[in-house]
Design a protein around this ligand. Structure first.
Ligand SMILES: Cc1ncc(COP(=O)(O)O)c(C=O)c1O
Length: 355
């Protein structure tokens, strides 16, 4: 919209700094600290903030700063494959850590991890919101183990009928590094995210970043600062949240009766299916132009959850979403009936094969 164009036009006329601050532009760091306070209840000062290009970049910089090759890092499983890839690329040993419908299973964490990567506000991809007692147990575990907790808050803005839970960082800023991004609220093309850590650690990440010749483009930083300072970003998120809540209602309505998991936050939810079924449904849906994701492929260890990941952030509109959900419902019903002898008999007798 106009606010977006105005921000980029104004940002383009900013004078580049002769010696850019590796922590990011001071105005943006101040705006982000304020944004974190208002939107996520996180209290932090600008010297706790490093502007990154996104969560992937933040995780990479953190690993390059605090870890050594071979260090064992816990990664949720199923989980975000790119976290694993980033750690592997730095020579770390990612250790798959089980999750359930509420998020990371803290009791199952091994004691020898140096760091654990987690998505507490909306587990990716299962969709659980980590309950407060588990948050506290996780932090107690980390303090005992001397490990850092990395909080990936990729879609923490999108909560609908659940109360916002305190960010891990706010519960223990010594132990937690919080990573945020504009990828879900604007676009991953913007290339701006943030890392929030205790100030000495933030400064160490910024120093390491200079060695790695890694930086965030000044124009993008300026545009995000303007969108934040003028309240445009908050208004945009508010509109999106309302729209995504309506989309989520369409999905839960159209798929009512199917076993849905993770429907209280975020931009996707999961339809549980017996093992091995999602791939065929996704392939058939793709032939009709509907893209679905197979939950099994998000596992690094043995497959523990099966089903379809249904994203509703990127569809054009609610009518299209409704039609896509109707298709999913039909394909899932066909798939589940396919080798059910009773259903075959019913169909042979002329019964309609719908769920
Ligand atoms: C779990 C998770 N974390 C982070 C991101 C965003 O990462 P980035 O900020 O690097 O684009 C995504 C989205 O692609 C995601 O699904």
């Amino acid at each position: 919209g106009p606010a977006w164009r105005r921000a980029w036009r104004m940002a383009a006329s900013a004078v580049p700094a002769a010696r850019p601050d590796p922590r990011g532009r001071p105005g943006l760091r101040a705006a982000l600290a304020e944004h974190m306070r208002r939107s996520r209840g996180v209290s932090c000062t600008p010297d706790a903030v490093v502007v990154t290009r996104g969560i992937g970049n933040g995780l990479d910089l953190l690993a390059a700063t605090v870890l050594r090759p071979g260090d064992r890092v816990g990664v949720e499983d199923p989980g975000w494959a790119r976290a694993r890839t980033a750690l592997l690329a730095r020579g770390m040993t990612p250790v798959p850590c089980p999750v359930d419908e509420h998020g990371l299973v803290v009791d199952a964490l091994p004691a020898d991890l140096r760091m654990v990567y987690t998505t507490p506000s909306h587990q990716y991809p299962l969709g659980g919101v980590l309950p407060v007692p588990r948050r506290q147990a996780l932090l107690a575990w980390a303090r005992r183990a001397g490990a850092l907790v990395v909080e990936d808050d990729y879609d923490g803005e999108f909560r609908y009928d659940v109360a916002p839970l305190p960010a891990l960082f706010d519960l223990d800023p010594e132990t937690v590094v919080h990573l945020g991004t504009t990828s879900k609220i604007l676009s991953s093309d913007v290339g701006v995210g943030w890392l929030v850590a205790r100030p000495e650690l933030a400064a160490a990440v910024a120093r390491r970043r200079v060695d790695l010749a890694d930086r965030t483009a000044a124009v993008s930083q300026e545009a995000v600062r303007l969108l934040l300072e003028r309240g445009d970003l908050v208004r945009h998120v508010r509109r999106m949240r309302a729209e995504y809540a309506r989309r989520r209602a369409v999905v839960t309505e159209e798929l009512a009766g199917l076993p849905l998991v993770g429907d209280t936050a975020g931009l996707h939810l999961v339809v549980s299916l017996p093992p091995g079924r999602a791939e065929r449904v996704a392939a058939e849906a793709a032939r009709h132009g509907v893209l679905l994701d197979d939950l099994e492929r998000h596992h690094a260890g043995p497959v523990r959850f099966s089903g379809l990941v249904i994203g509703y952030g990127a569809v054009a509109g609610r009518a299209e979403l409704r039609a896509a959900c109707a298709l999913v419902r039909r394909l899932v019903a066909d798939e589940l009936l396919a080798d059910d002898p009773a259903a075959d008999a019913e169909r042979a007798a002329g019964e309609p094969a719908v769920a």
